[in-house]
Design a protein around this ligand. Sequence first.
Ligand code: FAE
Length: 550
Amino acid sequence: MSDTTPRGEDTTHISRRRFMAGTGSIVGLGIAASALPQGTAGAAVRAAAAAAAGPIGDGAHVPVLVIGTGYGGSVAALRMAQAGINVEMVEMGMAWDTPGSDGKIFCNTTSPDERSYWLRTKTKQPLSNFLGFPIDKTIPKHTGVLDAEEFGGIIVYQGRGVGGGSLVNGGMAVTPKRENFGAILPTVNADEMYNTYYPRANAGLGVGLIDPNWFDTVDCYQFARVGRKQAQRSNFPFVFVPDVYDWDYMKQEAAGTVPKSAVAGEILYGNNYGKKSLQKTYIAQAKGTGRVNISPLHRVASVTPSGSSYTVVIEQLNTSGDVTATKTVLADKVFFAAGSVGTSKLLVKLKATGKLPGLNGEIGQGWGDNGNVMCGRANHLWDPTGKVQASIPCGGIDNWTAGGAFAEVAPLPTGIETYASFYLSITKNPNRAQFSWDGSKVNLNWQTAWKQPSIDMAKTIFDKINSKEGTIYRTDLFGTYKIWGDHLTYHPLGGAVLNKATDNYGRLAGYRNLYAIDGSLIPGNTSVNPFVTITALAERNIEKIIATDF
Ligand code: FAE
């Protein structure tokens, strides 16, 4: 059994009942299941059939429909497919598998074009200013890869496309310290997570660590070495942080022997080469089973019971974001994996509009921003951070226990020397928000002032470093004379919290065969970057669901 095969699952011998369930979508596409051979050759045929299948058809009846192709959705799809179940995945964003006219799939952070933002006519950069001047620029409206979704008091950044957040994130793959786990997911058995599911998630994601000797010498991590030196001079531990970037590839980038990606500053709008996004890991494996079909530019609008199945209404989009077709399909099981915000928005709307009235009162509750807050510090002229900065962070400052903050030493890949150190802090912010339906849309009641605890916690690190170094905060990155990036989060969590809106395995209360399996399950904070925990929890939950619900 490989590291990534769920324990207890025999992937070579599937039950007849499971096989029959698993053939539904192929039957729905008009291909006789009995015509498909089994075994290795059969897998190849099934893969070809799935590849040829195209987007989900109007009127299809499928055994399993997964909404969203981020971490939770990809884990669920792979494990069900390995258990012999056919899976349809529906993704509102693009496939991101075709190069543009420049030969690249994704555009660079320094030159955002139509590929950068989800349906915006102007970029919405997390760092909105430089030297106080606004840096956002006009772009054509397009179904780009990064969504800056604006609610009243917060902008929530999310990935859009096959691979979800893995397309745009920094790849920092952090397993929380075990001592903090009880506060993250209080009803989950920590032994099981740390012995089985975190290791399985790390293996499935391809997590690795930077070579510390290389780190010490290479130009593109000078910014991080400055961060380490200053942290240590103020007696804070600097820790190397694992990542899903292919570190061998990055070494070659730095040496100039392969096309540059991280070293060229690619990150927020996608990474063309070295990052092991879900497209290269879980999704590639899932597609390889031949049992997973993905429909990009398809957005789920509604899910409602229909006999023992669910009627799912799906809107097909063009790259301008217009609805070009509406499809109605029947699904026996539906997994909500649209991300914390996407899943919460769907469930809150479906409950309020009478489509899923039996969902409980916890739907939309318990949402947090993982305590995200950003800031920059101005270094002395004798402490340059480097013209060339790898876009992939590799280290952080840990003051969680004493000060409630874990700060990524983040790059500012501008291509010029900025003398700035830049940080994204994850803090123990206790505030939680809720989503609600106002009759026409879903709102989130987060208030910008709720970031104050995060600022106070981040200051436990940076006030001390500034005082020790004789330096000051940058005031030019988030506006004019504004120190804190307190207007955003990269880490939305909650909205369908485990063991509250669902049972202890993500089965939504009030309905059979409806599940949440993404960041919406996690109550607002993971103490570190969240995707390893989202992945590990999905591994745990889907194993139980496959064993008991099929
Ligand atoms: P997610 O990955 O967001 O996937 C949900 C998918 O569902 C998306 O592809 C959506 O387009 C799709 N979707 C939504 N609504 C619908 C609908 N109605 N119909 C069809 N499809 C839909 O969910 N985390 C880390 O651990 N380390 C990092 O270094 C890190 N850096 C980040 C940097 C940035 C700029 C951003 C934005 C995030 C970062 N994150 C990082 C957060 C991480 O990407 C995020 O927690 C996960 O992606 C969440 O995984 P989910 O499976 O919950």
